[in-house]
Design a protein around this ligand. Structure first.
Ligand code: PLP
Length: 364
């Protein structure tokens, strides 16, 4: 961790394995994963498959690889996968399914990451030799750029039913699925039941250093294995890392509720500060998005000034800032962060009318 940062709200990816997790990893039983002989990997895969109500699971180095492999299994070159315009694979996966397998992405204008069955129907291509084939849908639970919004179970069911009846495969990017589970009380297997493929990330709020598990039918996982091998994602004694995932699933799921409480506290505090607007207003899980357009600072300035105060946020747009709560954020940290924001806003208010002065570092 950057020692100058006291409170790191940049992302839940910055979580550090706890001492207990490291100790558990030390004693993991391991074997050659490629041969299917790593007991810890096998156990983790079975745990996740069971939790998601699927036949099989596949341990992969990252969530990005889970998405890419799932699309590659579901689609052929020239096929189209339909997802919300804010979806992670569209913006943060280096071009995503296109370079890997020539798969096109069709982006829908959903509401904070959630699109409707009717929007899906409108986007479906007619069978025509001129057009790409609509082949799969992908939904993100929770929606990251939707501010941690949970896809409601009823919407999931409706959208997936519509997709299946049109012959499309259904995929859930469940990077933060367990945040939705803890926030709503809906079981992971209920959220997952309409999907042909689904994965969850172990390296975000759950606090493991690496890894994600992709789940689906036995035949889907068999195909997914081909791509894991092809991409170099097949490992050896990876049980040492998988053990961190087992530990996380056993000890770090229910505590996600604390992250949600901290996000609420932060949001309430921010909403009371001049010039700050929550986007969206309601915080459902561990992500808080807010707009600083009405303050005297640009998003970049806001983030930089806060960093000097030891508080790190991430910049998501010219005036859009994101805070993510996680395993290493305590209630005191939220108070510290709010005080720092207040102090930064106060001092920028004193220099008001001179956004240029704050930029002076560039000109002199
Ligand atoms: C983080 C994230 C991913 C990618 O997971 P990595 O483990 O970082 O590769 C995919 N989708 C969403 C919604 C994410 O937040």
């Amino acid at each position: 961790m950057d020692p100058s940062i006291t409170v790191d709200l940049y992302s839940d990816t910055i979580t550090q394995p706890t001492t207990a997790m490291r100790q558990y990893m030390c004693y993991a039983e391991v074997g050659d994963e490629q041969l299917g002989e790593d007991p810890s990997v096998n156990r983790l895969q079975a745990m996740v498959a069971d939790m998601l109500g699927k036949e099989a699971g596949l341990y992969l180095p990252s969530g990005t690889m889970c998405n890419q492999i799932a699309y590659a299994v579901h689609c052929q070159p020239g096929d189209e996968v339909i997802m919300d315009r804010t979806a992670h694979p569209l913006h943060f996966e280096g071009g995503g399914p296109t370079p890997l397998k020539g798969i096109l992405v069709r982006a829908l204008a959903g509401d904070r990451g959630v699109f409707t069955a009717d929007q899906l129907t409108e986007a479906l291509r007619p069978h025509s030799r001129y057009q790409p084939r609509s082949k799969a849908i992908s939904i993100e639970q929770t929606s990251n750029l939707g501010g941690g919004r949970c896809w409601p179970l009823a919407s999931i069911r409706e959208v997936c039913e519509r997709a299946h009846s049109a012959g499309l495969a259904t995929h859930m990017d469940g990077a933060r699925l367990l945040n939705a589970v803890v926030a709503t009380g809906v079981a992971a297997s209920d959220y997952a039941s309409s999907f042909d493929s689904v994965w969850l990330d172990l390296s975000k709020g759950l606090g493991a250093p690496v890894g994600a598990v992709l789940a689906g039918s036995r035949s889907f996982i068999q195909e997914a294995w081909r791509y894991k091998q092809l991409l170099g994602g097949a490992m050896r004694q990876s049980g040492i890392m998988a053990a961190a995932g087992i530990y996380a699933l056993e000890h770090h799921v229910e505590r996600l509720a604390e992250d949600h409480t901290h996000a609420q506290l932060l949001a309430q505090g921010l909403a009371g500060l001049p010039g700050i607007a929550l986007r969206p207003q309601d915080v459902e899980t561990n992500i808080v998005l807010f707009d600083v357009a009405e303050t005297a600072l640009s998003g970049q300035q806001f983030v930089e000034h806060l960093k000097q105060q030891g508080v790190r946020f991430s910049l998501m747009g010219p005036s859009l800032v994101r805070a993510v709560t996680h395993l290493q954020i305590a209630r005191d940290d939220i108070e510290y962060a709010l005080q720092a924001v207040e102090a930064v806003l106060d001092s920028s208010q004193k220099n008001k009318g001179s956004k240029e002065i704050l930029y002076s570092g560039f000109s002199s």
